[in-house]
Design a protein around this ligand. Structure first.
Ligand code: ARG
Length: 458
């Protein structure tokens, strides 16, 4: 019989039980639910709202249940609908009458809000720690490649040369921002909602601050309607997850490209690739592709929950029970992706010789050639046109800029001298871009040092 059966003349239909129950996903917050109840019961006893002896019995009973949950010894039932009523039913079965006092001054609406806040904070911690591992790995790799040239692209066309370290450090910046977004989400969730009751708080003299203290929250929510109505913290998490997946996905896309026989910049380890059932020669970067695909799924979680929430009047509505599956789907997908990506990245082979050779192709030094003319007194707009003509000449004659003779250069502009070759060498092109944030080895070393500091502060 349901805990709320008093005003009903019938039990719920079996179809309703199955449709309405959320114990499947709810059991993932059993730990938080019980910790929340432990704090609530302690406070009820301290405030004299329930007899001290009952509070003690409840605490003992809940501690026993928590132990059994951790040991995997508890099985939950669909009949008790959700995790909250499952725990309460089990408690009363175990300790008798005192168990019936646990729900004093509390509603499932503020109870589920509390659990949600707690799982969000837990998952933020977990995600940040996975991000930290990935960032540390990227930094280690970047350090080894501050002098490894690779072509930089715009429109997927050779643009200007950079280094592998500089490219990797771009992702480090993205993942550092992601970590910040999860720290922000943690802050958003770090408000204790218990005491909001069903919607209009309670008439009992609850000590809400005490419950917040016991559970390690830094403050309490300040409006009972908002306390039970908000799912912003879930949305913040799923948005941060979407953004982080987008970064992983772009990285995966680059790995897929770089791993192709056209690029050959990297080779995936056999343990992180798969074969074809028909084409014996194939080694496919499926894992990177799958991660790209899973990104769409996390965006879907965000859209789904935003849509669930958009038309709801205050305060609690049952629609909101749909929140947890979206949250967990996003958190699980992201956390698993971060771990898999790090493992895949750690086993990559970088073909630095191919990157180096490719950096010399595609006139990636054309801007530097124009800058050379500017340094010799030519206006940039003229220099741009002259080098454009030089490139067209090279394309006609099948040469690269560094293969032209000085005599050929002089046909295009008298300002050229034989120092042009040094000015457009790969080393110069990269090394001269020595402003903070630029690809020159010195600038990248400074960026690595700065990122290390930020990582240590996370
Ligand atoms: N199982 C519900 C949920 O996850 C808990 C709150 C239920 N409250 C209610 N009034 N039915 O959202």
């Amino acid at each position: 019989m349901a805990l709320w059966s008093g005003r009903f003349s019938k039990d719920p239909d079996q179809l309703v039980l199955e449709y309405d129950a959320c114990i499947g996903v709810g059991e993932r917050m059993a730990e938080q639910d019980i910790r929340g109840s432990l704090a609530h019961a302690r406070m009820l006893g301290e405030q004299g709202i329930i007899p001290k002896a009952d509070a003690e019995a409840i605490v003992k009973g809940l501690e026993g249940i928590l132990e059994d949950v951790r040991a995997g010894k508890v099985s939950w039932s669909v009949d008790a609908e959700d995790i909250h009523m499952n725990v309460e039913t089990l408690l009363t079965e175990r300790i008798g009458e005192a168990g019936k006092r646990l729900h004093t001054g509390r509603s499932r609406n503020d109870q589920v809000a509390l659990d949600n806040h707690m799982i969000t904070m837990d998952q933020c911690r977990k995600t940040v720690s996975l991000l930290k591992e990935l960032i540390a790995l990227l930094l280690d790799t970047a350090k080894q490649h501050v002098n490894t040239p690779m072509p930089g692209y715009t429109h997927l066309q050779h643009a200007q040369p950079v280094t592998l370290a500089h490219h990797l450090m771009a992702y480090v910046q993205m993942f550092l921002r992601d970590a910040k977004r999860f720290a922000f989400t943690f802050e958003m969730a770090d408000e204790m909602p218990l005491g909001s009751g069903a919607l209009a708080a309670t008439t009992y003299p609850l000590d809400r601050e005490r419950v917040a203290d016991l559970l390690g929250f830094s403050c309490i929510t300040e409006n009972s309607l908002d306390g039970v109505s908000s799912r912003d913290y879930f949305l913040d998490y799923i948005y941060a997850a979407s953004c982080c997946m987008m970064h992983l996905s772009r990285f995966c896309e680059e790995l897929v490209l770089w791993n192709s026989s056209e690029f050959r910049f990297v080779e995936m380890d056999d343990a992180f690739a798969t074969g074809s059932s028909i084409m014996p020669q194939k080694k496919n970067p499926d894992i990177a592709e799958l991660m790209r695909g899973k990104t769409g799924r996390v965006y879907g979680d965000l859209m789904a929950l935003l849509t669930v929430m958009k038309g709801l009047p205050l305060s609690y509505n049952k629609d909101m029970q749909e929140d947890k599956e979206r949250f967990w789907d996003a958190a699980d997908t992201l956390n698993q992706s971060l771990a898999v990506f790090a493992a895949m990245f750690a086993t990559l082979t970088f073909r630095t010789d191919v990157m180096h050779k490719s950096s010399l192709d595609g006139f990636a030094n054309a801007t530097d050639c124009a800058d050379y003319l500017v340094r010799h007194g030519v206006a940039f707009r003229d220099a741009h046109r002259i080098v454009g003509e030089l490139v067209a000449y090279c394309l006609d004659t099948g040469k690269s800029l560094d293969q032209l003779t000085l005599e050929e250069y002089l046909r295009f502009d008298p300002a050229f001298g034989d120092d042009i070759y040094g000015a457009i060498s790969l080393e110069t092109c990269v090394g001269a871009r020595n402003v903070p944030g630029g690809p020159a080895p010195e600038a990248v070393e400074a960026a690595i040092a700065s990122a290390e500091k930020k990582l240590a502060a996370l």
